[in-house]
Design a protein around this ligand. Structure first.
Ligand code: PLP
Length: 423
């Protein structure tokens, strides 16, 4: 096999490359089966790592990108400005929780996270507190694959090769009990946080979380009550709260942002993935005015970061159109419908291989007891005309939001039948 192309998260020695994508339309990708040469439309259950929220080949997003191409595809933001980045910054301030007023663009979720972490450390440094340079984060969190993002993440499945280099972060458990956690469950998790803060707050710059829904670390859901109380504790100890909404942002949880379930506004929020409707890699790190003002005035207070492709005009116009589609088509209501279909389909489902089923917004996951129990799911789904990408002990759905009721139910039935038919 030709190995010039090195694939993500893959052992190249025995990597099977079975499906070649030919095109995408709506909720489907057309693939060629490289073994049989068959061409087939697959209903996509994972929306390209959760970003293609309007599906593929959206005519309205295509149009603005084509028009933009004839003006300029890219130009740097250093020393220049342009209306597309200005408009998108204004729009993001308008739609995110009140108080997040200053937008820093970059080119991927991981880099957006790095920028948030740098902002937090330098915020304290600029305020004369250079000792506050570490982070608290959640066990089984995932924040990307760059170095500090790996460190504040906590998942050896992804970053085991580098564990010995990651020593500056304090990890605590999420509360048990899901969204509806009891007072006791919330208190237990808060005790852990309080313990770290009591002993280490003088070293801690920020508390970073994927709010309410942990993604790649295991699709775990937890209570906003925990975050509400955690925020109060963090304020008491002068620790910034950072919401990584790269996965949860833009409707995935059934509100536009997971922050919308909380009673407070985080100090910094990161958006990525669905920001451009899944068209182009782009991210936004958005800070409150209090954070921004720590950098305001004085040469040595500058935020020294500037990705080449920050504010890319194609990404900006795609993002503006994507947000317009959210508003025009009440897309978040569609997420609520998908959640309802998922709930109905899995309500009475159980199987001895399945340990737990979790559903939240347009996300459903079946956690199994053994890795081997999801190993054949992709092949099975392909036969049924569905694209799935299970990993670890998780078989999950994070589809686009344009699914019809039948399509949403088909995704669920494919998974249910896979388990039922398994020997
Ligand atoms: C919560 C979260 N943060 C950050 C990232 C990293 O984003 P990217 O892959 O665009 O670097 C991801 C990607 O899955 C994510 O889920």
């Amino acid at each position: 096999m030709n190995n010039t192309l090195w694939y993500p998260y893959a052992q190249m020695e025995n990597l099977e490359r079975n499906y070649k994508v030919l095109s995408g339309k709506g909720a489907y990708i057309k693939v060629e089966n490289l073994k049989t040469k068959e061409e087939k439309d697959l209903l996509d259950g994972v929306s390209s790592w959760w970003c293609a929220v309007h599906g593929y080949n959206n005519q309205e997003i295509n149009k603005v990108i084509k028009e933009q191409l004839d003006k300029i595809a890219h130009v740097m933001l250093g020393g220049l400005t342009h209306e597309w980045a200005l408009k998108l910054a204004d729009k993001l301030v308008e739609i995110t929780p009140k108080g997040l007023n200053h937008v820093f663009f970059s080119d991927s979720g991981s880099v957006g996270v790095e920028i948030a972490l740098k902002m937090a450390v330098q915020y304290h440094g600029n305020n004369g507190n250079r000792e506050k340079s570490k982070f608290i984060s959640l066990i089984k969190g995932y924040h990307g694959d760059t170095f500090k993002a790996m460190e504040v993440g906590n998942d050896s499945d992804f970053h085991g090769a580098f564990n010995h280099m990651m020593k500056e972060t304090f990890y605590i458990n999420i509360p048990e009990g899901g969204i509806e956690a009891s007072e006791e469950q919330v208190q237990k998790a808060l005790e852990e946080l309080k313990n770290v803060l009591d002993n280490k707050a003088h070293e801690v710059a920020g508390f970073i979380v994927e709010p309410l829904l942990q993604g790649a670390g295991g699709f775990r859901v937890y209570s906003p009550k925990f975050l509400n109380e955690a925020y109060k504790l963090c304020k008491k100890y002068n620790v910034l709260v950072i919401f990584d909404e790269v996965a949860t942002g833009f409707g995935r949880t059934g509100k536009m942002f997971a922050a919308d379930y909380c009673d407070f506004v985080p100090d910094i929020m990161i958006l990525g993935k669905a920001l451009t409707g899944g068209y182009i890699g782009h991210a936004a790190t958005i800070a409150t005015t209090e954070v921004f003002e720590a950098f305001y005035g004085g040469g040595d207070k500058v935020l020294m970061h500037g990705p080449t492709f920050m504010g890319n005009p194609l990404a900006c116009v795609a993002s503006l159109k994507s947000i317009e589609l959210f508003e025009k088509n009440n897309v978040v209501d569609k997420v609520k419908n998908i959640e309802k279909f998922f709930m109905e389909e899995f309500k009475d489902f159980s199987n001895r291989k399945v340990k737990n089923i979790r559903i939240f917004g347009a996300m459903a996951v079946l956690e199994v007891f053994e890795y081997k129990d999801v190993a054949k799911a992709q092949e099975y789904a392909y036969e049924k005309g569905v694209w799935l990408r299970p990993f670890g002990k998780y078989l999950y759905l994070m589809p686009s939001y344009i699914l019809s009721e039948d399509e949403a139910r088909k995704l669920c039935c494919t998974i249910k039948n896979y388990f039922s038919e398994m020997k």
